[in-house]
Design a binder for this molecule. Structure first.
Ligand code: UGA
Length: 431
């Protein structure tokens, strides 16, 4: 099949690359010339493990190409996949401007039957608006498909090639075999539903996963007070298949471009139909407060933070990505700066992105985790990168001043800490 994927962010580029592996002919389109130039040099504009190798294979074998010409790409394709960004407006609502701009261009370019498939996360009812926008502009026949995306940054290729399910919302049953053929080779597990339900499945799934995280974070607060260990509690709970073990890792809360945006959007969607989604509001509130729990732990162990030297391990919102959007690290670091601390920062990949967002004279940029530890009074581990898990903690302790380690992601075991001389604080575990 011939596909045009509009937007080369995480969703668009990963989908394009993976669909090309399935013997389809794919054009990835973006209006950002820089991005397309990079892709034509077989460099990825996003950091995602494994993606450059797949770009190269598909490109060399002639199944994948890149273009800034949306209209020409639409004319050459049977299926047009919308994968442009849907960022938040300041009031939490979803900004559909990029979708609308792309849809108008698609409609103007249409020269025959097309399937328009929306992968961007869009509020319920958007695909119907898209249908109207297109039919207002062209007499050519077309179908609309809602195909929400469930890939995670950092494991996007694996998630796309081995999905738990593919959700397809449509109202023309004749499309079902085409959708099966499109996903042939990597999943048969296609859940076909109506368009509005497909749009809702995306929000409900992200909101539910965010709820699991805030739930276990609340449990971890209680664990600290009653002397239980949240890691053991989560493991024991997760063995019940009705609960499942994933997304029960306590820590400093969720960040990224999806959970914060989509939970707020779902609260808005509910509000627009006069529904007060109290549970989800609490999930968001719990998560907001979560990141600040690091500060009292630091004060407890160091006294004043004014003049203290604090090492930060990890700036990305999670490991295996350079993405710092809505990262909990940002507000923690701002607060440390406001309290007068000198903050030494290290992240294996995301430091440049973070620095573009936020810099301050009290920040020191480090190129190794050990450098961030040197002469520090405390280290705060904020992202569970593998490099921190494997580090020699004795060597780290030796170069620190006051030897406090705050583990915001419960990366270490008691055995790893024993004998190092570190004062260790983790989340929801007996100290
Ligand atoms: C999330 C969803 O997991 C994907 O299914 C979805 O497609 C994507 O949003 C999206 O809507 O595009 P992502 O934001 O890439 O994916 O990252 P996750 O792995 O879900 O992690 C989100 C945040 O939750 C991270 O800050 C992570 O550290 C935190 N988290 C995750 C926890 O604090 N505890 C956990 O147990 C799991």
């Amino acid at each position: 099949m011939k596909l045009a994927v509009i937007g080369t962010g995480y969703v668009g580029l990963v989908s394009g690359v993976c669909f090309a592996l399935g013997e389809n002919q794919v054009i990835c389109v973006d209006k950002d010339v820089e991005k397309i130039n990079k892709l034509n040099r077989m460099e990825s504009p996003i950091y995602e493990p494994g993606i450059e190798a797949l770009i190269e294979i598909n490109f060399r074998e002639g199944r994948l190409s890149f273009s800034t010409d949306l209209q020409e790409s639409v004319r050459c394709s049977d299926i047009i996949i919308l994968a442009v960004g849907t960022p938040s407006l300041p009031n939490g609502e979803v900004n559909l401007q990029y979708i609308e701009d792309a849809v108008i261009e698609i409609a103007n370019a249409m020269d025959g039957y097309k399937i328009i498939m929306t992968k961007s996360t869009v509020v319920v009812g958007t695909n119907e608006k898209i249908r109207k926008m297109i039919s207002d502009r062209t007499t050519h026949p077309f179908d609309i498909v809602s195909a929400p995306e469930f890939l995670r940054e950092g494991s996007a290729i694996r998630d796309t090639l081995h999905p738990d399910r593919v959700v397809i919302g449509l109202n023309n049953p004749e499309l079902v075999p085409i959708m099966r053929q499109l996903h042939q080779g990597y999943t048969d597990n296609i859940f076909v539903t109506d368009i509005r339900s497909a749009e809702m499945i995306k929000y409900a799934s992200n909101a539910f996963l965010a709820t699991k995280i805030s739930f276990i974070n609340e449990i971890s607060n209680i664990c600290e007070k009653v002397g239980a260990d949240v890691t053991e509690v989560a493991e024991g709970m997760g063995m019940d298949r009705r609960i499942g073990s994933s997304f029960l890792q306590a820590g400093i809360g969720y960040g990224g471009s999806c959970f914060p945006k989509d939970t707020n959007a779902l609260i808005q969607i509910a509000g627009n139909v006069d529904y007060d989604f109290k549970l989800l509001q609490s999930v968001v509130e719990v998560n907001r407060e979560r990141r600040f729990m690091i500060i009292p732990k630091l004060r407890e162990s160091l006294g004043t933070l004014n003049g203290a030297v604090i090492g930060i391990w990890g700036l990305a919102f999670k490991p295996n990505t350079d993405d710092v959007r809505e990262t909990p690290a940002r507000e923690i670091i701002e607060m440390l700066v406001a309290e007068g601390a000198i903050v030494k920062l290290y992240d294996p990949i995301a430091a440049d992105n973070f620095r573009q967002q936020y810099d301050h004279p009290q920040l020191r940029w480090c190129s190794l985790p050990e450098e961030a530890a040197e002469d520090s009074d405390a280290i705060c581990l904020l992202t569970a990168w593998g490099v921190f898990k494997d580090i020699n903690l004795q060597k780290v302790a030796n170069v620190m001043h006051r030897k406090v380690l705050i583990d915001g992601r419960n990366v270490y075991t008691k055995e790893q800490i024993e004998g190092t001389g570190l004062s260790y604080y983790s989340i929801g575990r007996p100290q």
